[in-house]
Design a protein around this ligand. Structure first.
Ligand code: ADP
Length: 454
């Protein structure tokens, strides 16, 4: 039921993405009775998301700049097909405030937070300031754009090691750890020029580098009526080069009291940026002291959202659509958590060197059975294009307890076959991680994969 006459029903949506997330969103749209328009680059003409959508429009050449990031072409696709909304997924244009603004200026619904919110959280320095003002703990360090002289002073005060971060950074890029003054002097200008080239903004800030913290994040849903509800936490401490590899919900590392405090902090921050839709507030958790610190908020659906869906039974993508239509959340409290879930990101990469290894999918046997969910865009005969990220599939496993969970995850990996010319995957890497003592005992932290001999 729509709440008042100001709300708008979404009848047809352009899915401005590709791969597994486009497939995942189209599935929910079908259940909601919303017609879907797939957009695709020339390299994606044989993609699964095109086959599942009601309509499909080519928006340009393989290079993402000319297709999935091409705002005029995506808007044209909406106009030609008479769509009334755009769903951005993750990556590409999902957190671009200008895109959200243009979508709205064209009379379409952007399924995501307000452009003003995206602007606030898109700058990590700004987001940190807001967190601090809202009483959410932040990592000691600078809370504004920092010069090299200031960085030296701050590092002296908070002590080495420190981490240099690009304010506009994301996806695990734009960070450098520095162990002493000499290194700071050397790396600061490099970090600046790298940030300028990669993100178009050379703002750098500095933080205390926490030793072996855990990454714990809170999923929230916020409607247009001021209701902000935490929908479980996720631990994403298994990372390679700051990029998540395995995620788990709920975190096996915190007790209910800490969980409650994290929920409260996440809600406080989301309210402070006037958040609407599905979003994630990320924290680092220091196991030595039991302290947690805000690092950033992501204003989109995240790759790892299915683990939360598995333990809560809530379809987060469905709620993104309902909230965008103006519906009110039907639950105002954190939902009960049932069991435990983990997600393994299956990438097309060389298991030893981690370099991308896309190819032709000639043999495909996907796992199944009790407690297993597979989100993928693969099918036999599909040729994986080399132009985009290497995520092939997400294996999501649910169980009653962690012991059962790890056994099931291994069973799932062991029955999988993804083979073909030129194609390699990180399945063996996942098996290795799941069998480490540290992971089994939930003693893993964000640097574990660097320490292990794989
Ligand atoms: P991004 O937006 O690129 O994902 P984040 O700020 O979310 O960057 O940080 C990503 C990861 O980098 C964290 O999960 C953690 O592993 C590491 N990291 C970030 N800040 C710190 C810090 N101050 N100390 C230690 N590790 C950090």
């Amino acid at each position: 039921m729509l709440k008042d006459s100001n709300t708008r029903e979404i009848k047809k949506v352009v899915i401005a993405n590709r791969g597994e997330i486009a497939v995942r969103a189209i599935r929910t749209c079908k259940e909601l009775g919303i017609k879907t328009v797939a957009v695709y680059s020339e390299a994606d003409k044989d993609s699964l998301h095109i086959m599942l959508a009601d309509e499909a429009i080519c928006i340009g050449p393989p290079n993402p700049q000319e297709s999935y990031l091409n705002i005029p072409n995506i808007l044209s696709a909406a106009e030609i097909t008479g769509a009334d909304a755009i769903y951005p997924g993750y990556g590409f244009l999902s957190e671009n405030p200008k895109f959200a603004e243009i979508v709205e200026a064209n009379g379409l619904i952007f399924i995501g937070p307000k452009p003003s919110t995206l602007k606030l959280i898109g700058n990590k320095v700004r987001a940190k300031q807001i967190a601090k003002q809202a009483g959410v703990p932040v990592i000691p360090g600078s809370s504004r754009r920092t010069s090299i002289e200031e960085a030296l002073d701050i590092a002296y005060e908070i002590g080495y090691p420190v981490i240099l971060k690009a304010a506009a950074g994301g996806g695990g890029r734009g960070m450098r750890v520095v162990y002493n003054e000499k290194e700071l002097r050397e790396k600061f200008p490099l970090a600046q020029s790298e940030a300028k080239i990669s993100f178009g903004n050379d703002t750098i800030y500095i933080e205390k580098f926490l030793i072996n913290p855990k990454h714990i994040e809170i999923q929230i849903l916020a409607d247009q009526y001021g209701n902000v509800v935490p929908i479980s936490d996720r631990e994403c401490s298994i990372q390679r080069r700051h990029q998540k590899v395995i995620e788990e919900a709920p975190s096996p590392s915190i007790n209910d009291e800490t969980r409650k405090r994290l929920y409260e902090a996440a809600v406080k921050f989301a309210k402070a940026v006037d958040y609407t839709g599905a979003g994630t507030v990320e924290f680092l958790y220091d196991t030595q002291t039991g302290n947690f610190y805000f690092i950033e908020m992501n204003g989109r659906i995240q790759v790892e959202h299915p683990v939360t869906e598995m333990v809560t039974g809530i379809d987060l993508v469905k709620w993104q659509f309902l909230i965008a239509q103006g519906e009110e959340l039907t639950f105002k409290e954190a939902p009960p958590i049932k069991g435990i879930a983990l997600e393994m990101r299956i990438n097309a990469e060389d298991p030893k060197t981690f370099t991308p290894a896309p190819g032709l999918v000639e043999k495909l046997i996907l796992p199944g059975g009790f407690g297993v969910r597979i989100d993928t865009h693969l099918y036999p005969g599909y040729k994986i294009p080399p132009y985009y990220d290497s995520l092939l599939a997400k294996f999501i496993v649910w169980a009653q307890n962690r012991d059962e969970l790890i056994k099931r995850a291994l069973r799932v990996l062991n029955e999988t076959v993804i083979e073909g010319q030129g194609l390699k995957t990180n399945i063996e890497f996942h098996k290795f991680i799941l069998q480490t003592k540290e992971f089994k005992e939930a003693k893993h932290h964000v640097k574990l994969l660097e320490e292990l001999d794989y």
